[in-house]
Each structure stands twice: as structure tokens, then as C-alpha cells.
Design a protein around this ligand. Structure first.
Ligand SMILES: [Fe+2]
Length: 301
């Protein structure tokens, strides 16, 4: 396998490696170290289907299941991230599956609405936009670097704050989506996560942690002030110095660490272009810890 850096801050490109084959222990250790240090990997020229993507994803942990059981017809562990149906039809921009894709154009980390959000996401692009098309890239922003560049005043302001992450509130932001069932709502009640998180696997280094796809407010302050601060955070982390924009080539497989990076899709002409991807997601096993979480305070008291 050949590994090349993509930017000075984060991300690598891997060539001459086949993710559809069984991975030996040595290569797996290299990949685990690489994703921990670089947060983003693009594997070029892959050939995968749902089964081989699931097998590759399981190298890094258990597969996370899709939250809406009744809409997945049994295929709950590999998500169709597409404006193309599973049987190959180009979907209307009003289709609920496309509306969900549009919501992905807001900064987010996958499954932040869970008590234990996903660690890694692994996305295979089998139909991508032509080179001349506008949009369709996936952009990433590095929350470790964004935190480090905050002023001391902003760090102090953000330190005690939390955000509500609610799967049901995607419907508030995207009113075209149908209601969730009572069971789905009960399985995914709103959760809160700290805006500043600490990383026990990185010597308790701090980073930012917030999203725009489930709510646009910050708790612990007035509604108006919380909206203002959220809008400021969106502008702040969108600065190019923290970001890498991935321009897709057909058969790219990308993997990222949701604990460190936020991501968003750059909007494109959903009616004109087909964009078909499948995603495997590695289930998180631990809560998001903040500076005031009991587990952290106990260690430093
Ligand atoms: Fe996402």
C-alpha cells in the first residue's frame, strides 16, 4: 500500500490496496494508526458491494444500524447515501431519501443523535458527478485544529455549554420528511453533548463538537444568544485553514473519524446528476466526554 498526505493538516490518500480482500493484521494495524493520526483516508480505485463494504467496516468495530427500521426493508447496516434508489432509479429531488441527503449539506458528524455517536464512517462512491459539475464534493473540517485556534475568551465561553442533538428535529429543519413512528422517536430521544469534547485516546486533548443537521441552537444560554453563537461556530469552522474538500472520483472509498472531523456535502443539481454511494458505519461504544464530565473530573481532581 502507498500512503500520501492530502493536506498539511490532515487526510491521506492510499493507492495499491484492495479493501474488498481480507486484510492481514499488519496492514490493519497500519490503517488503524493512519486513521487515528490523519482522521481521513481516501482509498483509490476500489470495487465493493454491500457485503464487502460491511466486511471491511467490521475490521474497525461493530456495524451501526440505520435508525428507521421500517424504511430499510431488512438492509439496516449499509446505508444508501444517494439520489438513486437501490434498484437504480434516479430519485426526484422531493423524494424523502433525497431530502435526507440535502440535510447532509449542513455541517455534522454521523449519528450525533445517539448517546454513543459513531466513531468511523466508510463511504463508497460508485456513481459520482462528472468533472464539469458544480458541487457534490464532501468537505471536512478538523475540530482539533479549530479548537486550538480559538481565542482564550471563546474557549472559556464554550467550555460549559451543551447542544441538543435530536433525530426527530431533522424534521424541524427538513419539513418535507414524514413523521417518525412512536417507536423510532422512543428509541432515539434527544441527547445532549458538550460543545468542547475531550479525547481520552489523545491524552485528553480538547476539540470542538457540534452539528447543524439536528439543531441550530446551543443550550445553557437564551434561545437568541444560542442561535447567534451557533451561527458564529458554523462560520468559524468553515474557514479553509481547517478544511479539506474531497472531490470524488468514481470508486473512491473514503473513511473518516467522526470524533474529530465535521463534514458536509456541497449541494449539487439533484435533478440533473446521479450520485450513488453506500456507507458502512462503525458503532460508537462510549459517550462524548466534556471537561465537566464525571469521568474526566475524577481523573484530574
Ligand atoms: Fe454524514
Amino acid at each position: 500500500m502507498d500512503i500520501k498526505k492530502l493536506t498539511k493538516n490532515f487526510g491521506v490518500k492510499i493507492t495499491n490496496f484492495d479493501c474488498s480482500q481480507t486484510i492481514n493484521n499488519n496492514d490493519l494495524e497500519i490503517l488503524k494508526k493512519t486513521i487515528q493520526e490523519s482522521h481521513f483516508i481516501c482509498f483509490k480505485n476500489q470495487d465493493l458491494n454491500g457485503n464487502t463494504l460491511a466486511k471491511f467496516t467490521k475490521n474497525f468495530g461493530d456495524l451501526e444500524a440505520y435508525p428507521e427500521k421500517d424504511k430499510t426493508k431488512g438492509k439496516i447496516e449499509i446505508f444508501n447515501v444517494s439520489n438513486v434508489s437501490e434498484d437504480g432509479k434516479h430519485l426526484s429531488p422531493d423524494d424523502q431519501r433525497v431530502i435526507l441527503q440535502k440535510n447532509n449539506s449542513r455541517w455534522h458528524t454521523d449519528s450525533s443523535y445517539r448517546y454513543h455517536p459513531a466513531s468511523f464512517s466508510i463511504l463508497f462512491g460508485h456513481e459520482t458527478l462528472p468533472q464539469e459539475a458544480i458541487g457534490g464534493q464532501t468537505e471536512f473540517s478538523n475540530m482539533l485544529i479549530a479548537y486550538d485556534n480559538l481565542t482564550e475568551e471563546k474557549k472559556t465561553l464554550l467550555q460549559p455549554l451543551h447542544q441538543v442533538h435530536s433525530y426527530n428535529d431533522i424534521r424541524r429543519l427538513e419539513p418535507g420528511l414524514p413523521e417518525l413512528t412512536y417507536e423510532e422517536k422512543s428509541n432515539f430521544p434527544p441527547v445532549t453533548h458538550p460543545i468542547i469534547r475531550v479525547h481520552p485516546d489523545r491524552s485528553f486533548k480538547k476539540s470542538l463538537y457540534f452539528t447543524s443537521n439536528t439543531s441550530l441552537e446551543i443550550g445553557g444560554m437564551s434561545l437568541e444568544k444560542g442561535k447567534e453563537l451557533h451561527a458564529w461556530l458554523v462560520d468559524y469552522i468553515s474557514q479553509s485553514q481547517f478544511c479539506y474538500k474531497h472531490s470524488w472520483e468514481k470508486n473512491d472509498l473514503i473513511m473518516w473519524d467522526n470524533r474529530v472531523l465535521l463534514h458536509r456535502v456541497i449541494p449539487y443539481d439533484y435533478a440533473k446528476y446521479r450520485r450513488a454511494m453506500i456507507r458502512g458505519t462503525v458503532e460508537g461504544k462510549v459517550p462524548v466526554l466534556g471537561p465537566f464530565s464525571n469521568e474526566v473530573r475524577k481523573l484530574f481532581s
